[in-house]
Design a protein around this ligand. Structure first.
Ligand code: ATP
Length: 191
């Protein structure tokens, strides 16, 4: 059976960077966040979101994802409501993807909220990516149009590094890219 290797970490820790290293080495990578975005474009999901969050988060019939994000990251109850709509659809999407990759010994399942969404329960092993807080903030602010306050708010809605590390099999400290790559190669040998 194909083993599922969970890959997680805080905002800006470098999950996608690490996932890309695995991909370069021939490991199939499933990015839960991308799948979530894809699923959220389906009409079934959009109408469920409209029923819960109202017309106000749609502009000319298009979901304003930033507005939705601002609502759910400021209100845990709303986040839970959104998750209840999106998570089951994403789970089905992943099941299908996994069945198409059955010939691989293992795959990487990348999710920022692996533990929060209980995605860890389907993983055989878990890798957490870490970086110092100041580095994470710098990276995210250089990449996105956001404020430090908004990033910190999102971080607060997610698990801390200590919580993730306690439940992980491997920890990748991602500061120097070459060192990160060699940690990926090392883990690959163990897997
Ligand atoms: P998010 O959860 O916010 O999507 P992430 O954990 O997936 O973030 P990445 O997207 O991989 O993180 O990295 C965030 C930004 O930092 C990217 O612009 C990436 O190119 C950069 N970055 C990641 N790792 C390093 C590194 N070791 N050195 C320099 N820049 C890095």
């Amino acid at each position: 059976m194909t083993a599922i290797i969970g890959l997680t970490g805080g905002i800006g820790s470098g999950k996608t960077t690490v996932a890309n290293f695995f991909k370069e080495l021939g490991v199939p990578v499933y990015i839960a966040d991308d799948a979530g975005k894809e699923v959220m474009e389906s009409q079934t999901i959009l109408s469920q979101i409209k029923a819960v969050f109202g017309e106000a988060i749609f502009e000319l019939g298009v979901l304003n994802r930033q507005k939705l994000a601002a609502i759910v990251f400021a209100d845990p109850e709303k986040l839970q409501q959104l998750n209840a709509i999106v998570h089951p659809a994403v789970a089905n999407h992943f099941k299908l993807w996994l069945s198409n990759h059955q010939h691989f010994p293992f795959i990487i399942y990348e999710s920022a909220i692996l533990f929060e969404s209980k995605g860890n329960e389907k993983c055989n092993k878990i890798i957490t990516v870490t970086a110092p807080l100041s580095v994470k903030l710098q990276r995210v602010m250089a990449r996105d149009t956001t404020t430090e306050e908004q990033v910190l708010l999102r971080m607060k809605s997610q698990w801390s590094d200590d919580q993730r590390i306690a439940k992980s099999d491997f920890v990748i400290e991602n500061t120097d890219l070459e060192m990160t790559k060699s940690q990926v190669v090392k883990i690959l040998k163990i897997l």
